[in-house]
Design a protein around this ligand. Structure first.
Ligand code: SF4
Length: 362
């Protein structure tokens, strides 16, 4: 699909920056998010990938308007989104829902599934009639493949498995028929055997309901199979963006390469074999697990934030912000290597005809 064929975005973040004051007397601030932009489109999934503390959850909370951006804006159908006041907050929550990582903590253990699903329906005034309410509850459970519904409606969360609880959490988010679903690491606490089932369920729900979906994860290999596009986040900045295929098969940023090299994926063996004998340093660093600690975001590194850990860093990387460089029409990254002749990625960029910082979607 070319950029012009794409459906219009439902939800957009435009140059969103979030700084938290942590110690006012010392003037210390956490630079959690810097000028991050992203588009969520109906029926499509964007995976936001990065390690813990990279700003992924802050980004999701900002899109959910649970976090006020320091600068930049969140647009719903092209207009500034607002959740000021109870009525506006509810109206927004009806369209944009978030599902959290922990199905054990996100469901109140004192309430039965029936109550947990009824609550959003009542709050948003979706149903008033008791029969209609019962039908909606059953339909919601069937939608997340918890069948027969009567087996689950009167259960308490502790009587369910982790996967079943996450299905209830997803059903609760779907109760208000949202247009956007923000999933924050929503399979990472589940057994590996159940993760695929939940991802398949989410993919089916996305396709059936034409949902725009943000899938936050640290698992770039899993993101490849589930998402249409991948944004790689490092220390509060999006450092690479492209189709899931491009980002995983032809990663342009050294951090993305490290993430991929740390995550065995049989389908990428051809790519890795192609790199055998000409390791640029990222594969060795990944194999040795020797690429340092995430940076302190109170005092983020100058220049490229990845430079203290980057096996390919140049002297200039510690002082100069890397520009955004288009690798192909729908794939960009922020790294000075893409500007240098002779680098694999820069050659690709050169053949695409543009190695400047020209803006592209999103
Ligand atoms: Fe590494 Fe420099 Fe590229 Fe940053 S700009 S990723 S430090 S080579």
């Amino acid at each position: 699909m070319s950029a012009t064929d794409e459906p219009a975005p439902v939800l957009e973040a435009v140059d969103v920056t979030v700084h938290y004051p942590v110690h006012r007397a010392r003037g210390e601030t956490v630079h959690a998010l810097e000028s991050a932009s992203l588009c969520l489109r109906p029926g499509r999934t964007v995976a936001l990938v990065g390690e813990s503390g990279s700003g992924k959850s802050t980004f999701a909370r900002t899109l959910a308007l649970a976090q006020q951006p320091t600068s930049g804006s969140v647009l719903l159908y092209g207009k500034p989104a607002s959740a000021r006041g109870r009525r506006a907050r509810r109206a927004y929550a009806r369209r944009v829902q978030m599902v959290l990582q922990d199905p054990f903590g996100s469901l109140n253990p004192l309430h039965r599934v029936r109550y947990l699903l009824e609550r959003p329906l009542r709050l948003h005034g979706s149903v008033t009639d008791a029969d209609a309410l019962e039908r909606r509850l059953r339909a919601l459970l069937e939608r997340v493949r918890l069948t027969p519904p009567e087996r689950f409606l009167d259960a308490f969360p502790h009587e369910l498995s982790g996967g079943q609880r996450q299905r209830v959490a997803i059903a609760r988010a779907l109760a208000v028929e949202p247009e956007v679903l923000l999933g924050d690491e929503l399979v990472s606490m589940l057994d590996v055997s159940i993760r695929l089932e939940i991802l398949n369920l989410l993919a089916a729900l996305r396709d059936e309901g034409h949902l725009a979906m943000l899938y936050i994860t640290h698992d770039i290999a899993g993101a490849r199979y589930f998402a249409d596009e991948i944004a790689v986040m490092y220390a509060g900045e999006i450092v690479e963006y492209g189709t899931a295929e491009d980002v995983t098969q032809a990663p342009a940023h050294p951090y993305t390469r490290l993430l991929l090299d740390s995550t065995p994926d049989p389908d990428r063996m051809e790519f890795l074999a192609g790199r055998a004998g000409r390791d640029d340093g990222t594969a060795t660093a990944a194999a040795e697990g020797d690429y340092g600690e995430p940076p302190d975001l109170v005092h983020p590194p100058s220049g490229c934030r990845f430079h203290p850990r980057c096996p390919l860093a140049r002297a200039a990387c510690s002082t100069e912000q890397p520009p955004r460089v288009e690798v192909t029409e729908r794939h960009w990254a922020r790294c000075v290597l893409l500007m240098e002749p002779g680098d694999d990625a820069s050659n690709e960029a050169a053949t695409s005809g543009d190695t400047t910082t020209a803006e592209m979607t999103p």
